[in-house]
Design a binder for this molecule. Structure first.
Ligand code: SIN
Ligand code: FE
Length: 293
């Protein structure tokens, strides 16, 4: 399998990026690759080092996060002052990630919608509850309560581990190969069920057929032990002090270990892509021969 990881020499959140590199970044990202910045670390200030402990988590959520444009920290256990200080760090990361994306991917700049920004202080190995929540299994991201209707999920990750420990990922086969394998096994979409789940408040909006398929592809990948073991894949230890970006609804990924990560999620309409046909929506619609949203 050709490596989906592509290195970029950008070393600053304020860097300016040449047009040729911008082109390459968009091409790789839309093709299902991972943009990797080996020397782009995120600096914590002296008084922020204390947040590098797993005791700040409220124990219910594995991440501490800011939701979209909200200011109040979720998943956090600590004083009001500590919450404000950690929120400031997370907001600084959100601003850095946004600045980098606007420079690296100017074609998306007007269309990117920021979603959650998270700090992940809990060791990633061995924290799984159910198989469905187990991110040590290869998967593409899809969230049961949050239908996207095809909106892309773009994520910027930065390993801030102070002891030099890598974030251990596995990266799987191309999305079309995975979809070809699992699509025939998925349960049919039931529009009445999607309506009922929305009316009952189980989903934030009505699940489209696309959301139904993406959710069941996520589950089918994670539930298949042979697939997890035997499918084409590669190990990628993202070093402390490195950053990487991918469409996590397209790139098959799993996290096997590591601690202390910053992560920014953004949404992008399919229409903003250079080639919407290479998105999960475009790929699934082509395979099934019908519109899915
Ligand atoms: C995931 O998106 O599955 C987890 C990524 C990570 O926490 O490294
Ligand atoms: Fe994921």
């Amino acid at each position: 399998m050709q490596s989906p990881i592509a290195e970029f020499p950008v070393c600053s959140w304020q860097a300016s990026v040449e047009p040729a590199l911008q082109e390459r970044a968009q091409e790789i990202l839309e093709g299902g690759g991972v943009l990797y910045f080996p020397r782009l670390g995120f600096e914590l200030q002296e008084e922020e080092q204390r947040f590098l402990a797993d005791t700040w988590s409220d124990g219910k959520s594995k991440n501490i996060y800011l939701r979209g444009r909200e200011r109040n920290l979720r998943g956090f256990a600590g004083s009001e002052d500590d919450a404000l200080a950690l929120a400031a760090l997370i907001e600084r990361y959100a601003a850095g990630a946004r600045r980098l994306l606007d420079e690296l991917l100017p074609a998306y700049a007007g269309s990117l919608e920021p979603s959650n920004t998270s700090f992940r202080p809990v060791e990633a190995a061995g924290r799984a509850q159910s198989w469905r929540h187990d991110d040590t299994r290869l998967h593409t991201d899809a969230f049961p309560s949050k239908p996207t209707h095809g909106l892309r999920i773009l994520r910027v990750f930065c390993n801030v581990n102070p002891a030099g420990r890598p974030r251990q990922w596995r990266v799987g086969e191309p999305f079309p190969d995975m979809a070809r394998r699992f699509l025939p096994r998925l349960p049919p979409y039931r529009p009445w069920l999607a309506t009922a789940m929305h009316k009952l408040g189980i989903t934030k909006r009505r699940r489209s057929e696309y959301d139904h398929l993406m959710l069941h592809l996520h589950d089918a990948q994670k539930a298949d032990a042979d697939y997890q073991k035997d499918a084409p894949q590669g190990n990628m230890p993202f070093p402390a002090g490195s950053t990487w970006i991918c469409f996590s609804d397209q790139v098959l990924h799993a996290v096997m270990g590591g601690q202390y990560l910053l992560e920014q999620t953004l949404h992008l309409p399919v229409a903003a892509l250079r080639d919407p046909g290479r998105s999960p929506l475009g790929i699934l619609e082509k395979m099934l021969g019908r519109t899915l949203v």
